[in-house]
Design a protein around this ligand. Sequence first.
Ligand code: ADP
Ligand code: MG
Ligand code: ZN
Length: 490
Amino acid sequence: MPESNNHKCFNEVTMEFEPVIGLEVHAQLKTKTKIFCGCSTEFGAPPNSNTCPVCLGMPGVLPVLNKTAAEYAVRMALATGCTINNKSRFARKNYFYPDLPKGYQISQYELPVAEHGHADIVLEDGTKKRIGITRIHMEEDAGKSSHDAIQPISRVDLNRAGTPLIEIVSEPDIRTPEEAGAYLKTIRAILRYLDICDGNMEEGSFRCDANVSVRPKGQKEFGTRTELKNINSFKFVEKAIQYEINRQQAVILDGGKIVQETRLWDSAKNKTFSMRGKEDAHDYRYFPDPDLPPLVFSAAFINEVKADLPELPDQKKARFIEEFGLPAYDADVLTSARETAEYFEICAKISGNAKLASNWIMGTLMRVLNDKNIEITESPVSAENLAKIIKLLDAGTINAKIAKSVFDEICENGGDPETIIKDKGLVQVSDTGAIEEAVDTVLKENPAEVEAYKAGKTKLISFFVGKIMKLMKGKANPAVVNQILEEKLK
Ligand code: ADP
Ligand code: MG
Ligand code: ZN
């Protein structure tokens, strides 16, 4: 059957099934050194240069836990309302991979760092939902294999081996691809607010495996799940899950059975394909790592970490609504990244007009950042300068059009708003005498339009405003222009 037909027939039956989704997120922790040795975690170093006998997995070496990694795990656990296990254990997860020289990965199994947390998500239409977090555990990353494009050669780089990760496992509470996307964005925002992970999906420091099953609507038991790996962008997460939902429904409707397996997402073909049968936990023959003592957190340590937590996205959002009177939508967008929230807050405080600041950031500024493909921290217009523009606009010293041209000028050539306005003589004209003169001139030059306006074609008002603005080189105060114009046209 051709692909397009396939999709059509899947969509017709979407209503009869309910998808069930659970996500496993691997977040690389931003520590300077690895989890069980002193090697650097720096990205992009020459292959195998950041290694030592411990992370190379030589026999007889002893791993020593990086305290900062444990602290970061506790930060995330506290930020997601988890219960922290005062005593947790590292376990060996046995499997063979060319980039895992020990033959096992140090992870946690029965006793993870933390359990029973949650993350609150907000969907595009404002719907809120709480997604359960089953557990957060610590583990080490494996190395990286790369396969030569021409020769039949594979290379192994162990620089990444031993990089600290936390795995955040969600409950199977997610029901749609959109919810999955919102959950990931929420988790990523929290990690970034906590400053413990850079959240870069493309570079692999924030990775997601999606577990997907479908069940007939109304059925209580979950269906058999497949696990999707290799999803390396936010855009693909939702696509991959939707594809998998459709595929599973079609298999079931066709009388087939879903096999528990690991599937890979191919972003070029927009498809998932089977990689291997899915292992069960017993396949890994987990056992407590005899080289590492139990990880014990004192109440004092946990309290110290707690006291040091920054304001989190949800708290910041609530404060923005309360303190600045922002609509929930604005507050949501502006707090999605810590840097954006900080930029906004400076802008709102200096300009004294939070809503105007919000509009400028969400509109004009974000468009420029998108076009230039840069982060807000690299913005060509600083928060202080945007605040000055907004303040002058708000005070009526400049109009919106001039404000935009000053903004554009700073984007291109830098500079300070006040200097640019002074040097270019851009101060708005609110002087009624000068504006009246321009209005008279324009009305005199366009008698036919004046006739038509008086006969009821009131839309012509913008024609007159345009002419007057042009005559005054865009510097007239539009409110004053409109007022005088309407009086004269009575
Ligand atoms: P594993 O490491 O074998 O993948 P985990 O228990 O660590 O197992 O993770 C399982 C993930 O799959 C969790 O996020 C869980 O919510 C999700 N999950 C479990 N059962 C189902 C199911 N039937 N359908 C969809 N997701 C599921
Ligand atoms: Mg899994
Ligand atoms: Zn090392």
